[in-house]
Design a binder for this molecule. Structure first.
Ligand code: NAD
Length: 457
């Protein structure tokens, strides 16, 4: 069956009749949830991943523990026979559509597409006439047309948009709530030809209630995805820069932003310890690489990255200054870091700016304990943290408490227990509040020195 040549109505009819099989290459944080949404849309799904342990886990009906709803979904689709994971690519021979969801990242601030390149080589070996391929990994401009199309054509001996279709549809989802985001956000879709665009839009439209945003070329889709990430990064950098000015000036960024944001065109973001995650710290470089190759100087994007990357060091400086004021050196100080996830209300500690701060503190001779009410102890220890299972254990004997992630649960816990918990803290006593979560007067009344990102003394 030539899927990319089917009309949307025929495609939907085949899907309803259970005649279509989708391959999902890369069953990671994004790929596995995508496989579930495709199963729900009516596909039989063959997942492919080079990680044998992950493949066995999926075939046992298990997903990622910290991903809301995923375990239940994987169990449901595996037990109903609609989802099966494989380590080999041969199974693609039976597929009508292939979704590519392998990692892409920046290494030393340069885009690294080596994994995508290698996956496309393997996919190309099993590509067959009539197949539709849909790239979902985040990529820089022209990567779909040059690397993905080029490698698939070379390996298969087939021609894109003549023998097989190629579409690009970037993922908009945040770890922790990927299934919800995939099913509710609008999805951007582009095709190398109108046929691929229509086929991919029809399929993806079955997986989200948010609808499909069809764009005129894969270049538009590539830049649109990166522009979303860069928009966040640049705005966070702006907030961070203004926050540093507020600190010097002795005013509170929150008050400044609240006042400024009453102007309808002003949307100041939230400054803090830095920017983490799988996407924002990496993806801007995909755009930068392309810009530089065209002799452009994307200085704003690069500066934003540098500003945000510098925030853990700025926090370190606040800690050192605060401890000095307490007459204490960082070497030998006991420090409790509260929060380790890469963003608020997430249970995922990977790619967190907290890690850099933790390592710097350790390198300077501090004794650092980490507590996060949402991240399981095992996951914290896998990140190399000296982790504690309760707030009380983490702050015991601490000279300094760093509020590093503004989880709602952490805020509540601190509000409920602040006085009791702080009594256990050893003198000299310092709190560094990276997100301006605490009331400085209340903290000072309890005998603490107080430092905050974006809040002057
Ligand atoms: N994680 C996010 O929050 C997020 C959000 C939006 C977009 N994205 C993008 O989605 C893509 C996938 O990211 P992810 O978070 O799922 O990554 P991930 O690291 O969680 O998963 C990738 C999976 O691909 C597998 N893999 C690696 N090489 C392979 C190969 N050659 N063949 C088959 N499988 C292979 C890995 O074993 C892993 O299981 C990336 O381009 C990323 O930028 C991620």
């Amino acid at each position: 069956m030539s899927v990319f040549e089917l009309s949307p109505a025929d495609l939907l009819a085949h899907l309803r009749d259970g005649k279509l099989r989708a391959g999902v290459v890369g069953l990671g944080r994004m790929g596995l949830p995508i496989a579930c949404t495709l199963a729900e849309a009516g596909f039989s799904v063959s997942g492919i991943d080079v990680n044998e342990e992950l493949v066995s886990m999926v075939n046992l009906g298990v997903g990622f523990e910290d991903e809301a709803g995923l375990n239940d979904e994987v169990k449901k689709w595996v037990s109903s026979g609609k989802l099966r994971a494989h380590t080999g690519f041969e199974v693609l021979k039976e597929c009508d559509v292939v979704f590519i969801v392998v990692p892409t990242k920046a290494v030393n601030r340069r885009a690294d597409y080596s994994t995508l390149y290698s996956a496309c080589k393997d996919i190309g070996s099993y590509l067959k006439r009539g197949m539709l391929t849909v790239l979902c990994s985040t990529v820089g401009p022209l990567v779909t047309e040059r690397i993905v199309k080029g490698v698939l054509e070379e390996r298969s001996g087939l021609r894109a948009e003549v023998d097989f279709g190629l579409a690009y549809s970037p993922i908009r989802a945040t770890s922790g709530r990927v299934l919800r985001d995939l099913r509710s956000y609008p999805r951007i879709v582009a095709g190398l030809s109108v046929r691929s665009l229509e086929a991919a839009s029809t399929i993806i439209g079955q997986t989200t209630s948010g609808g499909v945003v069809k764009v005129s070329s894969v270049r538009v889709a590539e830049v649109a995805k990166l522009a979303e990430n860069v928009y966040r990064d640049v705005n966070i950098a702006l907030a961070n820069e203004i926050a540093l000015i507020c600190e010097k000036l002795g005013v509170d960024y929150n008050e400044v932003a609240h006042a400024a944001n009453t102007q309808p065109f002003c949307h100041l973001h939230v400054p803090g310890l830095g920017v983490g995650g799988h996407c924002i710290p990496h993806n801007p470089y995909f755009l930068v690489d392309y810009a530089i190759s065209e002799d452009l100087k994307p200085s704003l994007i690069v500066t934003a990255r540098n500003v945000n990357d510098a925030m853990p060091r700025h926090t370190l400086k606040l800690i050192i200054d605060g401890l000095n004021e307490c007459g204490k050196d960082i070497r030998g100080s006991h420090i409790a870091i509260l929060g380790a996830a890469f963003k608020p209300d997430s249970a995922d500690p990977r790619y967190s700016p907290v890690k850099g701060l933790f390592e710097d503190l350790r390198m300077m001779g501090a004794k650092v304990k980490v507590y996060d009410p949402l991240v399981p102890l095992k996951a914290l220890r896998e990140q190399g943290y000296s982790a504690r299972g309760s707030l009380e254990e983490a702050v015991r004997r601490a000279n300094c408490i760093v509020v590093a992630v503004p989880h709602v649960a952490l805020k509540k816990e601190l509000e409920d227990k602040l006085e009791r918990v702080l009594e256990a803290v050893k003198a000299p006593r310092l709190i560094v509040d990276c997100w301006r979560m605490l009331d400085p007067d209340a903290v000072r009344r309890l005998g603490f020195k107080y430092r905050a990102v974006g809040r002057g003394l």
